[in-house]
Design a protein around this ligand. Sequence first.
Ligand code: NAP
Length: 270
Amino acid sequence: MDATDFARTFRLDNRVVAITGASRGIGRATALACAAAGADVAVLARDFAALQAVCHEIENTFPSRAVPVRLDISRSEDIGPAVDSVLQTLGRIDVLVNNAGMNIRQQSSETCSLDDWDTIFNTNARGTFAITQLAARDMATRQRGKIVNVGSVAALIGLPAVPAYSASKAAVQQLTRVLAVEWAARNIQVNAIAPGFVATEMTAGLWTDAALKARYDWVLSHTPQRRLGQPEEIAAAIVFLASAASNFITGHVLVADGGLVAGSEWRFDE
Ligand code: NAP
């Protein structure tokens, strides 16, 4: 393999990538990064106007096609039509990025309602599984595919007051391993990324809400890089897991967290 071929393995030319939760944050950055790497993209979420804006930005910047698809991933009845819409407009799904996710802020596990638990699981875990089943059927017909699930460091260390979110992300990360083993023979690689704290709408309360200042200080002091990540830094790792450069990697959870998990036993400064 010469250097040009080697560089090409990191690109996504002639690939169709479907990204859930692409109306903002990490999903939006991933859609832009995949297009920059040469892919056509389908962006899926509930906020259709925001999806259209992402598509305009992509098509004004790159030669890629970009298609907005309305999807509430917590609603079973939305998922089949959304996948069909991607297949009809872009022809296939080579890569599925399961990024759609949410949290409901809780004070403690004692007060987390079961309704909140169900809402979080329906989006983060059940929704991820449901759309993955359908996309994998399309991948299986071509005996090739990539699935990248977005987990969280919350599934790897015990963070207080996020019981449902953390458990839902642990479900996503374990599902990653199961599907990787089941679908290896179909040449479908299934991996996950576990971001640390990233500056998006999901985490904005950390620096805008005075009540969360102690938590924000904890995050910065326990992240060895002493900063939040940027959505583009997570997107770059997702592009790697979507590309042929990661063909021998499957069932892996790639941690992208500025060292938070690696340093979670490090307490010299306390
Ligand atoms: P964000 O800015 O709040 O974006 C969340 C995205 O998910 C939005 O595009 C939202 O779109 C979509 N979404 C939420 N519920 C949905 C539903 N029911 N159906 C379809 N789409 C839905 O958050 P983010 O930080 O970019 O998070 C992206 C992913 O990274 C999530 O899975 C999150 O758990 C994970 N993560 C984030 C961090 C962090 O520090 N930011 C850390 C670890 C993991 P609509 O509202 O338009 O539907």
